[in-house]
Design a protein around this ligand. Structure first.
Ligand code: 3PG
Length: 400
């Protein structure tokens, strides 16, 4: 982007593909980390006198307008954070978008509506995607890719549009790629990885990669029950991906052969029903040994003994990558495991990277100081796929 700005771009229309896919509760943004992350790029373009067109997806609407997924709250937040007016267009490639862009003066910004309100954005059909990208291209003279969280998606605005316009990487993408490169190229050991989140099936590729590189893999979140089941434990009514048990057994075997340590909880916090995440009222819950989960028990967090063990496993690590919460951190009764891991990263003197929409949001929602971590990635799936060594469509298109 510095190269673009050095060319003198005042008055040019620049399309910034951001990832403004932020969590919302009743239309209110609960974590604006992804919005703040793209501000350096927006500020630089505004200061260079560019007419900035900002675009993103939000959530997974079904290819048609859906007010629940409007980008308006994100547009308003950009305006608040930059302290300047931001125009908002209620469509993507229609008259409202063109009117908003035509009305921009140098140094002004417009946000267009959620790209996924158009079926062409996510279409698997190259022609349909290409057609939408072509229509988007009429809104701008130059493309800047800065939506790191979406670079693993082969979508019109991520993959096809940069092929139609002169294209550059924004500051966020440059920073994210620089950090993740360190985790794949010259990682300092011991290298500990903490994996959480709901489904083990989302993590298979990254576990494959890590079995060749990491020294320790600490597991929590909903996916841990498939690991416990793979060890022959009863997991009660906890989340379980039964079809993945043989895959996990194979991973445990490979890890033992390679000297990679899988760290699993020795105790878990269970409840009899799933907590109300809105009311956050106190629940009935108990801590049980990981091999003694009652038949009607739903595991919702790692227990206190496991929290201490995990912290000890992270204490001497020179590099830590963490993706996925350890429990249902949105409820205070089940947030301690995630808090303990976040604290262990804060206390670490190593290079600590938080990757993932949910764990990044958890860090901020639980009140941790972001500057206490070496890097908090804005990419969930994107950072995992990067670590797997996959070619990411949004990066490939920019490099082309
Ligand atoms: C994310 O939240 O990981 C990105 O914004 C991509 O969203 P998606 O998984 O809906 O494509």
């Amino acid at each position: 982007i510095d190269e673009l700005i050095s060319q003198g771009v005042s008055g040019k229309r620049v399309f910034v593909r951001a990832d403004l896919n932020v969590p919302l509760a009743d239309g209110v943004i609960t974590d604006d980390g992804r919005i703040r992350a793209v501000l350096p790029t927006l500020t630089a373009l505004v200061e260079a006198g560019v007419k900035v067109v900002v675009a993103s997806h939000l959530g997974r609407p079904k290819g048609e307008p859906d007010p629940a997924f409007s980008l308006l709250p994100a547009a308003e937040r950009i305006g608040e954070l930059l302290g300047r007016p931001v125009a908002f267009a209620q469509d993507t490639v229609g008259p409202a978008a063109h009117e908003a862009v035509d009305g921009l003066e140098p140094g002004q910004l417009a946000v267009i509506e959620n790209l996924r309100f158009n079926p062409g954005e996510t279409s698997k059909d190259d022609a349909e995607r290409g057609d939408f990208a072509e229509r988007l291209s009429h809104l701008a003279d130059v493309y800047v890719g800065d939506g790191f969280g979406a670079v693993h998606r082969k979508h019109a605005s991520v993959y096809d549009l940069p092929k139609l316009l002169p294209h550059y990487a924004g500051y966020l993408i440059a920073t994210e790629v620089g950090v993740l490169k360190k985790l794949t190229e010259d990682v300092k050991r011991p290298y500990a990885v903490v994996l959480g989140g709901a489904k083990v099936s989302d993590k298979l590729g990254v576990i494959d990669h890590l079995l060749e590189r990491a020294d320790r893999i600490l597991v929590g979140g909903g996916m841990v029950f498939t690991f416990l089941a793979a060890k022959g434990y009863e997991v009660g009514a906890s989340l379980l991906q039964e079809d993945q048990i043989p895959v996990v057994q194979e991973y445990l075997k490979r890890a033992a052969e390679k000297g990679v340590e899988f760290v699993l909880p020795s105790d878990v916090v269970v409840a009899r029903s799933f907590p109300d995440l809105k009311a956050k009222a106190p629940t009935e819950h108990e801590t049980v040994a990981a091999d003694a989960i009652p038949a009607d028990g739903i595991g919702l967090d790692i227990g206190p003994e496991s929290q201490a063990r995990y912290a000890a496993k992270l204490a001497d690590a020179k590099t830590v990558f963490w993706n996925g919460p350890m429990g249902v951190f949105e409820h205070p009764d089940f947030a301690d495991g995630t808090r303990a891991v976040a604290q262990a990263l804060v206390d670490s003197e190593g290079f600590t990277v938080v990757g993932g929409g949910d764990s990044a949001a958890a860090v901020r929602i639980l009140g941790f100081d972001e500057s206490a971590f070496s890097h908090i990635s804005t990419g969930g799936g994107a950072s995992l796929e990067y670590l797997e060594g996959a070619s990411l469509p949004g990066l490939a298109a920019l490099e082309d």
